[in-house]
Design a protein around this ligand. Structure first.
Ligand SMILES: Nc1ncnc2c1ncn2[C@@H]1O[C@H](COP(=O)(O)OP(=O)(O)O)[C@@H](O)[C@H]1O
Ligand SMILES: [Mg+2]
Length: 473
């Protein structure tokens, strides 16, 4: 979690501290309310007031007024806490999302391959949202509920031990309910996230391969594949919600049962003379607070593991390091335009066999060097070793006489003009796309590039260089 905590800035901690103070005040008000209620009931019961109506109204009005102002304070503080927690957590989570994006941007093909693109997308969107939801919930109820529970329990123990036992029984019933939830549901959360990965994978695969799917009339096959993962995800979610569905009526049953038992036993105790009516009123209110607090805690016990699963998945991304990192070279070499391979061998991460074995050659400045070979013979793989998309397994690759591993990646890439097998256009204008290669390119240079690549049609587009193109063009 420390990776995620790093996204909190000092201001966030200050705002959180402020929210905590408000929450403290809330707990205090909530727990003092029943005392005033008890006092009012007591005044109403006391015959003495029959002689002095002025005093009677005064006491009730004062106590009632205090209760009203407490309720108003709770109301305002609840709004403020929701605002503060939402503000802090959403900004922090947007920073986490940024960090994940930045991290993934620096990943080599090896890390991207081992996480899979689909999973990286889920991790930087869905998982961050899950974690955000849980953190906001923890802030709003997770901190106050345990304090309220303990405090309220201390208060009721002093009021009546008989009634306390009733409350204790309800709490045990509630805990049993939560334990059941915990055992059945929590293991499913991890499954939900990995199934979401799969849904993403199939969706992405289908969209990128849409032409192949159409050409082979494989729509039905793709749909079946999608239905497969979709159904597993749905079934898992339905299971979780079914078990969660038992929770709510269960909790209502426990609460109503407790009220009933309290009134029943309370009536007996009052007739008995052990307690008076105001104690029962006060007690019932505290008991409800205890049960509510336990309910909140139990809901959190179910939500927290869900947040932990997502937090763990985000952490995995943030804490994995790229296999390909900057070298230490400070000065650019004087030699220009040569590429040399020395006994280069390469196998893909996780593969058993070498794709390239003992390749040695030198391409000098001004020469045109071509690799000829059948499909799958390793031509693209060989080229990918120059910009370090992959590092060679054995041997060395030199650009301008310097090992590619010694360059800073940015410097190395600046030396290379790379035309990928498949052209990729990003959403934006024609100009923006051409500027990917050189941020400072002038319009003349861009036009020259367009002419060289025979993209003369751009000039006849209505907005010319500023024409908008969609992703993929
Ligand atoms: N990302 C990858 N992971 C594992 N194996 C790969 C990967 N890319 C290519 N290969 C394998 O490496 C071999 C060479 O591929 P490639 O360099 O693309 O061939 P060419 O460009 O000459 O057609 C092939 O057998 C291919 O299956
Ligand atoms: Mg190729």
């Amino acid at each position: 979690m420390s990776k995620i905590f790093k996204a909190f800035k000092p201001l966030d901690w200050v705002l959180l501290f402020f929210a905590l103070c408000l929450l403290g005040a809330q707990v205090y008000c909530n727990l003092t309310l029943p005392e005033y209620m008890g006092a009012i009931v007591k005044y109403l019961q006391m015959g003495a007031y029959a002689h002095d109506l002025g005093l009677f109204w005064k006491d009730i009005l004062i106590n009632g007024g205090i209760m009203l102002s407490f309720v108003a304070a709770i109301y305002v503080s609840t709004i403020l806490v929701s605002y503060l927690s939402a503000r802090v957590i959403t900004t922090v989570m947007s920073r986490v999302r940024h960090n994940v994006f930045e991290k993934v941007n620096n990943f080599s093909m090896k890390e991207i391959g081992s996480f899979s693109i689909a999973s990286l997308i889920t991790r930087s969107t869905n998982d961050v949202t899950q974690l955000q939801m849980v953190l906001i919930m923890i802030l709003n109820v997770g901190l106050t509920a345990p304090i309220t529970a303990v405090w309220a329990i201390i208060k009721i123990l002093n009021l009546s031990s008989g009634l306390s036992i009733v409350t204790a029984v309800s709490i045990v019933a509630l805990l049993l309910l939560v334990a059941m939830m915990f055992i059945f549901v929590v293991p499913k959360f991890k499954k939900v996230q990995s199934l979401t990965d799969k849904v993403n994978l199939v969706t992405r695969e289908n969209l990128t391969g849409i032409k192949v799917v159409r050409a082979f009339g494989a729509e039905k096959m793709q749909e079946d594949k999608f239905d497969g993962v979709n159904t597993s995800l749905t079934k898992t979610n339905i299971f979780i919600h079914r078990v969660a569905g038992i929770m709510s009526p269960g909790i209502t049953l426990i609460m109503q049962g407790t009220s009933l038992a309290l009134v029943w036993l309370g009536a007996y105790l009052i007739t008995n003379g052990s307690i008076d009516f105001s104690t029962l009123t006060e007690f019932t209110q505290y008991a409800m607070q205890v049960i509510m607090a336990f309910m909140m805690v139990s809901m959190l016990m179910v939500m927290i593991p869900r947040g932990l699963v997502s937090g763990q998945r985000i952490k995995e991304v943030l804490s994995s390091t790229s296999a390909i990192t900057d070298g230490a070279l400070q000065h650019q070499p004087s030699m220009k335009g040569t590429i040399e391979f020395k006994n280069v061998s390469f196998k893909y991460p996780g593969a058993d066999d070498y794709v390239l074995k003992n390749i040695s050659f030198t391409a000098n400045k001004g020469e045109t060097v071509a690799f000829i070979g059948s499909t799958g013979s390793g031509k693209s793989t060989l080229i990918n070793l120059v910009p370090r998309f992959y590092d060679c397994t054995d041997g060395e690759v030199f650009v301008d006489g310097v090992n590619v591993k010694d360059y800073k990646l940015h410097d190395l890439h600046n030396k290379i003009g790379y035309v990928p097998q498949k052209g990729i256009l990003f959403a934006g204008s024609v100009k923006e796309n051409i500027k990917y290669g050189n941020e400072n390119a002038t319009d003349e240079e861009i036009e020259k590039a367009l002419k060289i690549s025979q993209s003369n049609f751009v000039f006849s587009m209505p907005e010319g260089l500023d024409s908008h193109i969609a992703q993929g063009g």
